[in-house]
Design a protein around this ligand. Sequence first.
Ligand code: ANZ
Length: 974
Amino acid sequence: MKEYDFKQIETTWQKYWKDNQVYKVTEDPAKPKCYVLDMFPYPSGAGLHVGHPLGYIASDIYARYKRLTGHNVLHPMGYDSFGLPAEQYAIQTGQHPAITTQTNINRYREQLDKIGFSYDWSREVRTSDPAYYKWTQWIFIQLFHSFYNCKSNKAEPIKNLVAVFEKEGFHDDINKTFTGNIEHDVKPFSAEAWKAFTEKEQHDILMNFRLAYLAESYVNWCPALGTVLANDEVKDGVSERGGHPVERKLMMQWSLRITVYAERLLNDLEGIDWTESLKEAQRNWIGKSSGSSLKFEIENSKFEIEVFTTRPDTIFGVTFLTLAPEHELVNSITTPDRKKAVDEYVTMAKNRSERERMADVKKITGEFTGTYAIHPFTGKQIPVWIGDYVLAGYGTGAVMAVPAHDSRDHAFAKHFGLDIVQVIETPAGFDIQAESYDAKEGQCINSDFLNGLDVKRSIKRAIEEIEQKQIGKGKTNYRLRDAIFGRQRYWGEPIPVYYKDGIACTLEESELPLLLPEVDKYLPTETGEPPLGRASNWKKDGQYEYELSTMPGWAGSSWYFLRYMDPHNDKELVSKEAVEYWKNVDLYLGGSEHATGHLLYVRFWTKFLFDLGIIPVDEPAKKLINQGMIQGVSSFIKQWVYETNWSDKIDLKPGEEIKVFASNNKNVIQPFLYKGKLYENPRGHARYAPIEYSDANGRMVYDDLLRFSKEAMFKSTYGEIDIENDIIWEIDEKTNERFILLDQQVEKMSKSKYNVVTPDNIVEDYGADTLRLYEMFLGPLEQSKPWNTQGIEGVHRFLKKLWKLFYDLDGNALWKEEAPDKKEWKAVHKLIKKVAEDIENFSFNTSVSSFMICVNELTDLKCNKKAALQDLLLCLSPYAPHITEELWKALGNTGSINIATFPVFNPEYLVEDSFNYPVSINGKHRTNIEMSLTLAQPEVEALVLADENVQKWLEGKTPKKIIFVKGKIVNMVL
Ligand code: ANZ
């Protein structure tokens, strides 16, 4: 071949790999295993952009390198194919999400194939495939039939708990030592009572202990979308998608009891090689804190308020109690004269999400309930307030407020004029009325039996006293909440549950999978039930109603790493053999946005399956790396056009018609809008007013930030437009070019921001090998970086230069059998060492420059020796698999380069035989002289004294002494 024809080479080898199943892997006990996993993508309609393959390329390099170094590598890929976008599309168009999903998967596959990944596609999984979700449902059923035994410290079958109930009933001791103090309101009962309970009563009790359970809990409910949203799907009190109001609502929901694993999830972080920042994110999310629970009696009533505090040492500084607005006692204890104000406040607070309430510390709001509690040690009256800085979902949803030593309580006290009583000594000059002293150090004052003790000791002492008085006990709290598991959505795994006489029952394994039923529309029913409520005869055996909610997006991804080990097994989720061999992931690569969602859930399910003895490991991934984000450049309209006039400011009334056009200075960019109405801006973006416009089909579309780029998707989103007549262009008088002003900004690359660059064009123009090398060349894997194509030519030229080491301009082979000399070997062995180290250290960008250096050196040395070139190809093959395959074969090798062996680094080639000695006279550095390292002092002295430069400095004198350190220096004393 004359020139580097990447198109032909890449097509040929991709076909060869596919036809020969080069990357197919089987369990092989004779070889060490290595499991390299990418976070599998959600196949969205937009396809891959250049940001997606960044991590895939890095892990592919690692996988290929491991194969070359004798490992049996499992490197699979699949699709996280249940999810909201396909469903939203289904709602809009009526097209079944399965069809959309399949189309998108085809597109992903096509794109992935073009980049030359070494995936074993025979192991592909899709979470929306019934053969896959059968086992997701199966795991749910196991969770349902398990509880957490805190004595053995693991999940166990719930029948073990039933056995205890049958033998001993349920009492405090069992609660403490067996069921692990989880939140429940099961009253003690005897063994006889248990046996006498009805089936329904027994089930209701067990529901309090199951790891998958139904309970009422607070959720972010979005009435417009008809579903519950996760905290991270709510922004500023409205849904992230669509901007609809979200309220807090108490709902009967399926949840998973992840909280029982809090301690293990926390401790086991120590044993895994994940980045410190990721571990810290998980630690914070789990949020362990220890302190004490404590009960306050309510004056003249039977009610008590239990608080959780980390500072029982400040008990004598309590001047009021604050309840979360949702606290169950609010209604019962509020006095009639305060009822109206309190009710109004509760309604207001309900509409703010938990996140928002935590974040918004400045706005202080609250109401007095009119009621007083009694201080357990002083007997004083303590006013009871409600305030939304107290969260319903944390601790007991009530705090004992110590304004002197807690800043939030302090702000509240100041705002409402409540007392501030100091109980910890402060440094001189500190004004406790002006600000709180939150530091956990100092001695107790004004605190009766705690006086004089330091914080640490007084906490201990206070807990002893509290426990003795039986008004509370030492307690550890976690910020982690149980995970809500039901979604009022269509495109997810049906929860394999039916209801028989009000009892939730699970299906038998033989009845799985419970297939997602067909529905006429993907919307909630007229009566507000989830879409599954539309399915006809959605009943088990035609009589018992099935559960209507489906599983959340994270269910399928919480165990997929296991399924790849044995993807076609229809008897088990994974065979013992396969999982004993592959164990867990050796390298897991994905985005940091999953730090507290997916990565916590997958650890939870892994531990659970480990407890059940199904798998031999209790962590999913030994090593995890987050690739940085590749950012895009977004273009914003700088100016708006109203009719034909430019104006910097928008001075339009909502509903008024406008015309908007856009271009950047140089390139004409497609206009994105021809007619629209200015829309009232609900979120206060000053500059870019949201607009409402109709698309080609006359549907109203709403967008709040208008963004677009060259690939503004004009056609797909906005329909056809007559560029000449629908647009009035601004003309640059000098150049006669038409333009519209744009602002540019670097931000996340995403379809919704219209700043996407796809890998397809780059593969088309330069080839996959260039794309792979270039993405690595952009910078350290873990860093975020904007996409720019400035350097891509350089990388492509490098591959052409490599080609020229093999072929002359007429396409004649240049390689020779002759053995490389020392200099040539040195160039290659420097590379071998560097690439091996770089890949082991995940420093992929630095290897790329080493390849360039090596090729330059060999070119300069005019080295075409086969042995040297062969090793160079092996080093490069993980990065640029196509060109290296082609040249490998050209050199006369048989079989894929993938099954060859990575060259062994020989340090001898790097041993230098000469050294550039610095020469000093009287301690001053004067010159350098290159001399062989084999020379001893007398020969060195002779050479140095003969040196012209040295003679100049000596000015005819003879040195008294010459100090010589081999391989370091020469120093002359005059
Ligand atoms: C009295 C006190 C005195 C407190 C003091 C702090 C300092 P962490 O460390 O995050 O666990 N708290 C308890 N439940 C709460 C809830 N549902 N919403 C908001 N705040 C709540 O924080 C525990 C501390 O946060 C508890 O200790 C309680 O205030 C408050 F000088 O009690 B503390």
